[in-house]
Design a protein around this ligand. Structure first.
Ligand code: ACO
Length: 376
């Protein structure tokens, strides 16, 4: 922090409280995450994504009828416009990054949409998986698969990627992941969405801006590199020399460290348990054990290299492992994060809309005050 006369400069806005929210609470010292009033561990592995979406939008769990209605509304909004598909085809021809394609596809959803918060929220949540799956297939030279008319949200995403109905344990593992990442306080992408809505702009604009923020490697772009690190280590005996060489070069270990958590991210715990269950039944056990070894070594070496920083495993490390176990390629990791997080973004948009207060911080001017006249 720098001070200039009576003004304080806080470049990362650490500790600044800019919203009151009922959506989630992050306790970085205790390692606790509350989602809509419930502890993450009690919610994510047991509920459907649609139930949690309803909870975040309405501040209570749905009745059976309300849940059925929301599922129906989402199913009805899954098909994306022809113009969006054309755009994705053009992006695939240019071999665009999947997050860029999702951002462009999401922006195109606004083309024929009413400027109505509820419609835009349902459309964004319902259509993100369709955009990602269609783009993934187009990039591989395959035809997109139309959304399933009966499957729930998580299962439908796997169906549109692969063209066959997924086994229940795969849908459950993906759903646990989506629920785990659905919201997380005033993180960078959520803040971006809230800033956009605070100007009374529309929700599609807000989620498009949020996607731009999520894409960066310091936010949602870390799981791919985290998995690359596990593969690069290769065998448990190489964990220490390999990670040491990264830290000696001053590199950051992806999947470790967090702005808020100073203990192990509780989402890492939920996802490591989900990954352990999944790998035991259907995965490469050797890879899972290697990842555990890499995690242990990384945490120990971070404590040695950065003794005062309290750097622990974050959500991205086991995201990578779980999504890889589900058969998702690295390029889909961050887009799949977005498919979960758009639930939280839209919930925050509703909250911000109600608050109706323009978010407008200040900058401290550090340039000169020139006294000479400007020549024309
Ligand atoms: N590996 C090595 N060193 C690290 C790491 C890491 N993963 N994270 C922080 N540090 C070090 C920094 O180099 C810095 O060291 P220094 O004081 O000697 O210069 C110190 O710890 C503090 O770092 P900051 O960048 O100030 O900490 P910040 O709170 O901004 O960092 C962040 C949070 C960006 C997540 C960081 O820990 C990081 O880059 N992690 C790796 C990327 C990652 O996993 N991102 C996903 C985060 S989870 C999410 O957004 C969903």
């Amino acid at each position: 922090m720098l001070t200039n006369a009576h003004e304080t400069l806080n470049l990362g806005l650490e500790g600044v409280v800019a919203a009151a929210t009922r959506i989630s609470r992050v306790d970085g010292e205790k390692g606790e995450l509350i989602i809509g009033g419930f502890a993450l561990e009690a919610l994510a592995p047991f509920h459907s994504f649609e139930e949690i979406l309803f909870l975040l939008w309405n501040d209570r769990l749905p009745t059976d009828t309300e849940l059925a209605d929301l599922k129906q509304a989402l199913r009805a909004a899954r098909t994306i416009p022809k113009a969006s598909l054309n755009l994705l085809e053009a992006a695939a021809e240019q071999d665009a990054d999947t997050m860029d394609a999702l951002r462009m596809g999401a922006a195109s959803l606004g083309l024929n949409l009413k400027d109505d918060a509820q419609t835009q929220s349902v459309t964004a949540v319902a259509a993100f998986p369709t955009i990602v799956a269609a783009y993934y297939r187009l990039k591989k030279g395959l035809q997109p698969i139309a959304p399933h008319s009966e499957l729930d949200h998580a299962a439908n995403f796997l169906y549109m990627l692969e063209g066959r109905e997924p086994e229940p344990e795969r849908s459950r593992a993906l759903e646990t992941y989506l629920n785990t990442v659905v919201d997380h306080g005033l993180n960078a992408s959520t803040f971006t969405a809230r800033v956009i809505v605070s100007t009374r702009s529309d929700f599609i604009s807000a989620v498009v801006g949020a996607l731009g923020a999520l894409k960066g490697p310091l936010h949602g772009g870390a799981p791919g590199p985290a998995l690359d690190m596990v593969f690069a280590v290769g065998t448990a005996d190489q964990a220490e020399p390999y990670i040491r060489s990264l830290l000696d070069r001053g590199e950051r270990l992806m999947g470790f460290g967090h702005r808020v958590y100073k203990v192990r991210d509780p989402r890492a715990e939920v996802l490591s348990q989900a990954a352990a269950r999944f790998y035991q039944r259907a995965g490469d056990q050797k890879l899972f054990h290697l990842a555990q070894e890499v995690e242990k070594t990384a945490v120990a070496l971070l404590a040695e290299y950065k003794p005062n920083r309290r750097l622990q495993t974050n959500v991205e490390f086991y995201t990578a492992l779980l999504l890889h176990g589900l058969g998702l390629p690295t390029e889909l990791f961050t887009p799949t994060f977005a498919i979960g997080r758009v639930g939280g973004w839209t919930a925050h948009c509703f909250e911000q809309k109600k608050t109706d207060r323009l978010i407008r911080p200040k900058a401290v001017y550090v340039g000169q005050v020139r006294t000479e006249t400007v020549k024309t």
